[in-house]
Design a protein around this ligand. Sequence first.
Ligand code: RB5
Length: 150
Amino acid sequence: MKIVMGSDHAGVVLKDHLAEHLREAGHEVVDVGTHGTSSVDYPTYGETAARMVAAGDADRAVLVCGTGQGIGMAANKVPGIRCAIVSEPFSAKLSREHNDANALAIGARVVGEGVAEDIVDTWIATEFLGGRHGRRVSMLDDIDAGRHAN
Ligand code: RB5
């Protein structure tokens, strides 16, 4: 799988750790930064990574900031992106099964490396269930397109 990764300064250490973890698992990782601990703005990296997924230039995005909240919110502003902001594997699994999440945001100040690895591994391995969940995801697309979903 081709995975684009992005973080701000608060998430860079965990992002780099997860990038290595995903490469070791055989995935292609594109790292759009940040690449150091100098203070940067999370919307830059959330948007850049999300636009790559929306354009079909990556299959999924994995994002990290201090809480996961800001970078996940930035990603969710990009049409076609369904970014799950999670701090445990159960929500990661359900975000794939029910919501077909194509982006994942994690908080480096919220979870440690081991839990983050479990979250990412679960999220990557879990398939979308489709069916009634597909109808609901289509309704999210309606909202993206400026239409009422019902
Ligand atoms: C940076 O201090 C922090 O605000 C950011 O990493 C993130 O937690 C925002 O949602």
